[in-house]
Design a protein around this ligand. Structure first.
Ligand code: CA
Length: 357
């Protein structure tokens, strides 16, 4: 046996030993995390995104990172997720970024914007068009890392008790509609509110609100809104709503590198899974809507209403970015990206669909 071979053998053996001891030491340390979500325990597919993510993380890490998911019935604070993750009561959260617009206006555009990008366009922006860096800039002030958490695709415009034939018909209505679209509706003369998902049906049934938007047929019909508000309008306000995961930055930094990567990968995969699950649920519900729910009246807002929504959206956007440099930076980035990406969407999906419906 020559010296070189001996030396190589020694190095390999030492490396194996070192590797084994690092692995066994790492194996001993189990990280137990808690995640709070806005959603109730049966609100599929929203609740499935954090639940599946936690399951993936546990399996991929061989039990070294265990995340307990608390639904809203447990922590009783559907809209307190940002604060609970920021304060460290929870290591993670799953919710919608625009729910925090009252606390930090810059968080609003990461969910969706009226007349904004579709799911594919927005995900391209997040991961390749500068969106992630802007989200980091926004959330780092809160000691939080934010990641896309599952898109609903294009949403329906909502459920109304009566038909909307003019802008006048909208005025005075009490409507649940979050995000920038809620600001647009408020400017048009509606009384706008946000209500926790578990209280939506009761609020509509009791007349606390006259109208609401939720998601799309896959989730809406399960809620029973059609029983009290049969006019179901097509969307304009949430063309590619994205939910989001939040991670407490201090907790994240304490994880070894491999667990950080496992967590990031599981969030990304579960977000995609939620998108296709919701797409399937809506396709399924839509295929049966005419036969099973003949009382639902599918409508599109008349041109007068759409024109007013577009105009108000534009005016409000200009007003809102005054003295808000980061908000302006985010919206400018989204709009520039949308302008570019939409040309390709038009050339690919739009032309294909237009000629093949
Ligand atoms: Ca919605």
């Amino acid at each position: 046996m020559n010296m070189l071979f001996k030396a190589t053998k020694f190095v390999v053996a030492a490396a194996l030993l070192a590797g084994l001891s690092t692995a066994s030491m790492a194996k001993e340390r189990v990280y137990k995390w808690k995640l709070a979500t806005t959603w109730g325990p049966t609100l599929s597919p929203f609740i499935d995104a954090p639940t599946n993510m936690a399951k993936m993380v546990e399996e991929m890490s061989n039990g070294r990172l265990v995340i307990e998911v608390d639904a809203s019935n447990k922590h009783k604070s559907a809209f307190g997720i940002l604060d609970m993750v920021k304060g460290g009561q929870y290591d993670m959260g799953h919710s919608a970024s625009y729910y925090w617009k009252g606390k930090d206006i810059n968080t609003m555009p990461f969910s969706t914007m009226p007349f904004g990008m579709t799911t594919a366009e927005q995900y391209a922006w997040f991961y390749h068009g500068g969106g992630m860096a802007l989200m980091e800039k926004t959330y780092s002030k809160h000691g939080i890392l934010s990641f896309p958490g599952g898109s609903t695709g294009n949403q329906m415009g909502g459920w109304f008790r009566k038909e909307i034939n003019s802008v006048e018909d909208l005025k005075g209505l009490k409507m649940r509609i979050p995000g920038f679209a809620g600001e647009v509706m408020a400017k048009l003369g509606l009384t706008v509110t946000n209500i926790a998902p578990g209280e939506l049906y009761t609020s509509l049934e009791r007349g606390t609100i006259d109208a609401l938007e939720w998601v799309g047929p896959g989730m809406d019909i399960n809620m029973g809104f059609h029983k009290v508000a049969p006019y179901y309008y097509t969307g304009w306000h949430e063309p590619g709503l994205d939910l989001h995961f939040m991670v407490n930055e201090r907790a994240f930094k304490k994880l070894p590198k491999d667990l950080q990567e496992i967590l990031i990968t599981a969030m990304r995969v579960s977000a995609y899974d939620m998108y296709i699950q919701n797409y399937h649920m809506s396709a399924d519900a839509w295929s049966k809507i005419a036969s099973e729910y003949p009382n639902i009246k599918i409508k599109t807002f008349p041109k007068e209403v759409m024109d007013a929504l577009k105009q108000t959206n534009k005016e409000l956007r200009a007003e809102m970015v005054k003295d808000q440099p980061l908000l302006k930076e985010i919206l400018d980035s989204q709009e520039a990206y949308q302008k570019k990406v939409r040309k390709w969407t038009e050339m690919s999906d739009y032309l294909y669909l237009k000629d093949n419906l």
